[in-house]
Design a protein around this ligand. Structure first.
Ligand code: 0A1
Ligand code: ZN
Length: 851
């Protein structure tokens, strides 16, 4: 849909819809280009909004007929919807429309993927299926009839009739249209059963394309584990007789929580040891859990309007992270989440796309499925839990489910259950939902040796942004522990509650000056400036009992070493390397944790740190410093790494569990470094012997980086050419492992490959997502990376605006770089913006980025 004058929608303009919808009956007669959709909708006036006009959303629909109470009507139709004169009394609206699923390349509404029909209605896709009040606060009971020559015909709720080329579904739970789903095709099911805590028997099916049956078992196990966990931890039980998941190849996002019929990007559900890495398994487990948990946090309690998106997303991300912590390692999960938060959310919050967790305006809601809404939204819930305590959190959640079941709720409703449970006033805390920007938290120390009092003084400051020109102090839970010179605890963890711009906290009764471990567990999503000495950081790296801060001490030392290499050409810090080596060899620490310790801050992290301290980052210099540091690590640790490799190599049959995957993470991190000093033989041997994708892919990555990957790359293609998901890895890896000066060229060459199906979002992202993530390659001084990405965004936009718009965020950090790069990027941004008929999605993103 092209839009000449984009409209801005404001939270403050919210008005309830003028009508209530008692029931909806839909009949689909499926046809690739001419699907007919009949709707029969029972409307009555909404007493809370009596005078509002009767407006139904509808886009790209061919209206065949419309009737009210059985009599034909002639509504006024625009490209956004229709209005019609309606009776004062309750009435039945009936319409028939024609739509073109096969021509729908935007993958929103009803579309076709690999010969099957499927839908994606969140946020505003239902209006491409039929005329309807397509807004989350209009909830209704749906009955769906599907006619079509396909063995599998699915919709939401429970099946009421199944026949030859015909099926009827009834969903007893009122829901907004964005949770509607339909699937039809020649699919096979992997099935199981689950008995809920009150004894309801639930049929579980994972539907896939024939040939993918062998990749279902893990997803199904993750589903039953999620169902059990939600009963045990949140007391939430499933509420239908059947739960279906369908895997589709063409999907803009990860997955979608449609009531009783979750639709998944096949990359987010299909898994087997031979084709999926350990990281894939962990991500799939988390996404299955996420979508399942939405059944309560999103579906039973939904959002009043799209500004409240974080109500369901922040809470559901928080819940899925708790689940992963319980299933795997809490420390490793927390560190991974913080790496991700800093990489994606901090970049967003500190650049031109900054917006509050609950935005106050938008043009295209699809552009607000962001790291801020999801990940910062989850952090805010974590802080709330830290502040009120675990028991009060559990009580507040019980009250939330009891009070708001069946509601389309708001952030005010959410905070009120915490206020009512705890008696706290959350007025100031609410700023976490309304203010954009990452707070900077600085801490200084004072030691009164005579009195044995140690004082920490904090100041907080949030840089102003267009979204929040005058930020005010926020409530920060700061978890602090104190450590003695011998590494033992002198004061256990305590949560300091900071509310002022500047605030001091004292610790008394101390014999000697302690070392402060501040912001343990990353208790608030802030940028911390704590001027510790190197000795103090080394002490924390060796002894902090908080695993997050122990890792953080190592990361800060690594960052400082890298920055010195970048700006002064210094050699990597020997003391840090020695301390790191001691941690690596500590067999009391989990292998997965030690693998994280071997990681370095990303190029983008270093660029941001330089920019933050008033320096202009040079991507090439950053790349060289990281390479030199990795070489130094490899040389310094060679014997430890060989030992670790031999000790932890997994030689029992593959299991995707945390213990095994941690060992593989460690041995593969070791292999990557060892290849630098020992050459490619070791990696080649692992490649040749690998019986699982984790081992195969890491060996291939090490070979490619060493410049010895050509043979393996060709073999890999030969072996996996028929597996779409593995081939995405093949495409992506070549770009991500390319030398900086080659990255754009490699990406360009891959676009000529016969299997480069650019209309498939996974394949497009494999190449261009990898290019955008390759910091030194994308920002290479030639500007080729910028131009190539722009060429392809221009090409993709008319086909798939949503994926195009999301990929534009590759340019969001452009103001950090030197004048020459800024000019090249600006040229590309302007070139995309000048494309005729640019989508609303992409033009909103680019105008915000460009400023
Ligand atoms: N609600 C889903 C994610 C999702 C959002 C938007 C989509 O299309 C614009 C598709 C999926 C989730 O959080 O998993
Ligand atoms: Zn979600």
């Amino acid at each position: 849909m092209r839009d000449a004058t984009p409209q801005t929608i404001y939270l403050s303009d919210y008005q309830p819809f003028g009508f209530l919808v008692d029931e909806v009956a839909l009949t689909f007669d499926l046809d690739p280009h001419k699907t007919r959709v009949k709707s029969r909708i029972a409307f009555r006036r909404n007493p809370a909004a009596k005078d509002a006009e009767f407006f139904l959303h509808g886009e790209q629909l061919k209206l065949i007929s419309a009737q009210i109470d059985g009599k034909p009507v002639a509504p006024e139709v625009t490209d956004r919807g229709l209005t019609c004169a309606v009776p004062d009394a309750p009435f039945i609206w009936e319409a028939e429309v024609e739509i073109d699923p096969k021509g729908n390349t935007a993958l929103e509404g009803l579309y076709m993927s690999g010969g099957m029909y499927c839908t994606q209605c969140e946020a505003e896709g239902f209006r491409k299926i039929t005329y309807y009040p397509d807004r989350p606060d209009v909830m209704s009971i749906f009955t769906v009839t599907i006619n079509g020559p396909h063995p599998v015909l699915l919709s939401n709720g429970n099946p009421v009739a199944q026949g030859q080329n015909h099926a009827e579904w009834h969903d007893p739970w009122p829901k907004p249209a964005y949770l509607f789903a339909l699937v039809a095709g020649d699919l096979v099911a992997h099935s199981d059963r689950f008995t809920t805590m009150s004894g309801r028997e639930v049929d579980l099916n994972l539907y896939v394309r024939p040939g993918d049956e062998g990749k279902c078992a893990f997803g199904m196990e993750a589903l039953t584990a999620s169902m059990k966990w939600d009963e045990e931890v949140y007391g939430r039980e499933y509420d239908l007789d059947i739960f279906n998941i369908v895997a589709v190849d063409d999907f803009n996002m990860g997955a979608m929580e449609n009531k009783g019929l979750n639709i998944f990007n096949s990359a987010a559900v299909l898994a087997s040891p031979e084709t999926s890495t350990d990281d894939n398994f962990e991500r799939i487990e988390a996404i299955i859990a996420h979508e399942y948990f939405h059944n309560w946090t999103g579906n039973r309690i939904t959002c009043r309007d799209w500004f409240q998106l974080c109500l369901k997303e922040g809470l559901t991300v928080y819940r899925d992270s708790q689940f992963t912590s319980d299933m795997r390692s809490p420390a490793v999960k927390r560190i991974g989440d913080v790496i991700d938060l800093r990489g994606r959310q901090f970049a967003e919050d500190q650049g031109p796309l900054a917006h509050p967790v609950r935005p106050e305006s938008f043009q295209e809601i699809n552009n607000f499925y962001t790291a801020t809404v999801y990940e910062k939204g989850a952090e805010v819930i974590g802080m709330l839990k830290t502040l009120v305590g675990d028991d009060a959190y559990a009580k507040a959640l019980d009250l939330y489910f009891e009070r708001h079941d069946g509601d389309a709720a708001t952030i005010e409703d959410w905070l009120k259950v915490f206020e009512d449970t705890t008696g706290r006033d959350l007025t100031q805390f609410k700023r976490w939902y309304s203010q954009a920007g990452t707070p900077r938290l600085a801490v200084t120390e004072a030691w009164d040796a005579g009195k044995g009092i140690f004082t920490l003084t904090f100041t907080q400051y949030t840089p102003p942004s267009a979204a929040t020109p005058n930020p005010e102090p926020q409530v920060l839970p700061i978890t602090v522990g104190l450590i003695g010179a011998d590494g033992a605890h002198v004061a256990p963890s305590r949560v300091l509650e900071m509310t002022e711009a500047e605030q001091s906290f004292t610790f008394d009764g101390l014999d000697a000056r302690p070392v402060a471990s501040v912001l343990r567990g990353f208790s608030a999503p802030v940028v911390l400036a704590h001027d510790l000495s190197k000795e103090e950081r080394l002490l924390l790296l060796a002894h902090d009992s908080d695993p997050f801060n122990r890792w953080e001490a190592g990361r800060t030392l690594a960052r400082q070493s890298l920055l010195a290499t970048i700006t002064e050409g210094s050699a990597p810090d020997a003391e840090w390397l020695a301390a790191l080596q001691a941690v690596l060899g500590d067999e009391t620490l989990e292998p997965a944790y030690r693998a994280l310790m071997l990681g370095l801050p990303s190029h983008a992290d270093l660029a941001n740190t330089l920019y933050d301290t008033g320096k202009t980052p040079d991507p090439a210099a950053i790349h060289e410093a990281v390479e030199a540091t990795r070489d130094a690590m490899a040389q310094a640790f060679v014997s430890t790494l060989s030992e670790l490799y031999d000790r932890h190599i997994v030689d029992v049959p593959y299991q995707p569990n945390a213990a095994q995957s941690g060992k593989r993470a460690l041995t593969n991190a070791a292999l990557a470094l060892l290849t630098r000093v020992q050459g490619p033989e070791h990696a080649q041997a692992q490649y040749d012997q690998a019986d699982n994708m984790t081992q195969q892919l890491s060996a291939l990555a090490a070979l490619l980086r060493a410049g010895h990957g050509d043979k393996a790359l060709a073999e890999f293609e030969e072996q996996w050419r028929d597996d779409r998901l593995v081939m995405d890895k093949w495409f992506g890896l070549q770009v991500s492992q390319a030398a900086p000066e080659k990255a754009a060229e490699v990406a360009q060459t891959l676009t000529q490959h016969a299997d480069f199906n650019w209309k498939n979002p996974n394949r497009f992202r494999a190449v261009f997502g990898s290019l955008a993530m390759h910091h030194a390659g994308f920002h290479h001084e030639s500007g080729k990376g910028y131009a190539l990405l722009a060429d392809w965004l221009i090409k993709l936009d008319p086909v798939n605006p949503q994926t195009t718009a999301r990929m534009c965020s590759a340019f969001q950090t452009w103001r950090r770089y030197d004048a020459a790069r800024q000019e090249m990027i600006q040229t590309q941004l302007d070139r995309i913006l000048a494309s005729p008929d640019l989508s609303r999605d992409t033009s909103e993103m680019l105008s915000r980025i460009r400023g």
